[in-house]
Design a protein around this ligand. Structure first.
Ligand code: NDP
Length: 288
């Protein structure tokens, strides 16, 4: 007689807002292709003050792991038993692995970003980068680029509140060898002519504000530069569309999202998912 097993293996994401997070689409496409029929990815709305209870729930349900997104990436660190060195340096965790009640925290955002850059043929070692934004995504990206040997990072962020920018500069200067510059972001920001890589790591242009382009002086970009956007929804942001029209080499935030999701799946299941199929699932979902 066929063995009966209806037990679900649970993973998912804690966030708020989280309803528009397309993680489930990518992850479940991968589970299906890997014939992981019992694996489920849950999109879970967790209030800021309910994170501790949510972590208790994760343990009670024996969930294999969870992703954390806004606003939980930093707060969740106090509930973990172990944290990877780079996640500690970044100061944020986006992936948790539950090994029999022991929680391990990792940050796959920056790693997914680096894999995406590499797949576009862009190496960071010895290069000069300009990064717009100083939030969680920018932090993960800057730390991974610094660890990979980028020469200079210029961080550009809004001047209203320097806290995020100052924290990021401090992490990079005290913990890595990268040369760091900081610029307040007023009006259209001109890209210095000797720049190799430009990274847009703010939420400007994210759904539903799909027609907004960040205040970058696009006339100062050249075809010898590479521009990487982080926005995953829409895949082709207004910025990416304009860059393509001008012939500036660039890449969307989809590669970063798919690569970090693939890393999560590997850590949770021990299996390597099909990234092409995951990208197709994402494209179908957000362009529908
Ligand atoms: P945070 O909230 O931590 O940081 C947001 C950043 O964007 C801050 O630097 C903020 O500046 C800046 N910003 C927000 N609005 C504006 C504006 N109108 N003009 C200029 N700057 C602005 O968010 P995250 O860093 O976690 O996320 C940023 C983006 O990265 C999001 O769009 C998210 O979807 C994307 N992302 C993509 C991933 C992927 O896999 N592709 C993974 C993770 C994130 P200030 O400090 O002044 O508020």
């Amino acid at each position: 007689m066929k063995k009966q097993n209806y037990l679900d293996c649970l993973v998912g994401v804690f966030g708020q807002p989280v309803a528009e997070n397309p993680g489930v689409v990518i992850q479940e496409a991968a589970f299906k292709a890997l014939e992981l029929d019992h694996w489920r990815f849950l999109t879970i709305d967790v209030d800021k003050d309910q994170l501790e209870n949510a972590i208790k729930g994760l343990k009670a349900f024996k969930m294999r792991g969870i992703n954390c997104t806004i606003p939980h990436k930093i707060a969740v660190m106090e509930y973990l038993d172990e944290i990877s060195e780079s996640a500690r340096m970044i100061g944020a965790v986006n992936t948790i692995i539950n090994d029999g009640g022991q929680l391990f925290g990792e940050n796959t955002d920056g790693k997914g970003f680096m894999m995406s850059l590499a797949s576009s043929g862009v190496q960071v070692e010895g290069q000069k980068a300009v990064v717009f934004g100083a939030g969680g995504a920018a932090r993960a990206i800057c730390v991974e680029m610094a660890l990979a040997g980028v020469k200079t990072i210029t961080i550009v962020n809004r001047p209203q509140d320097r806290t995020l920018g100052d924290e990021l500069v401090s992490i990079l200067t005290t913990r890595t060898n990268v040369e760091v510059l900081y610029e307040d972001w007023h009006g259209l920001f001109p890209i210095p002519a000797n720049t190799n890589i430009v990274i847009h790591a703010t939420s400007v242009g994210l759904y539903p504000d799909v027609h907004v382009i960040p205040h970058i002086d696009l006339d100062t970009l050249s075809s010898s530069m590479f521009v990487q956007d982080v926005i995953p929804n829409p895949i082709e942001t207004a910025l990416i569309k304009e860059l393509c029209r001008r012939g500036i080499p660039c890449s969307t935030g989809a590669g970063m999202l798919v690569n970090q999701a693939a890393l999560n799946i590997e850590m949770w299941t021990g299996l390597k998912p099909d990234k092409t199929l995951m990208l197709e699932a994402l494209e179908k979902a957000v362009q529908a």
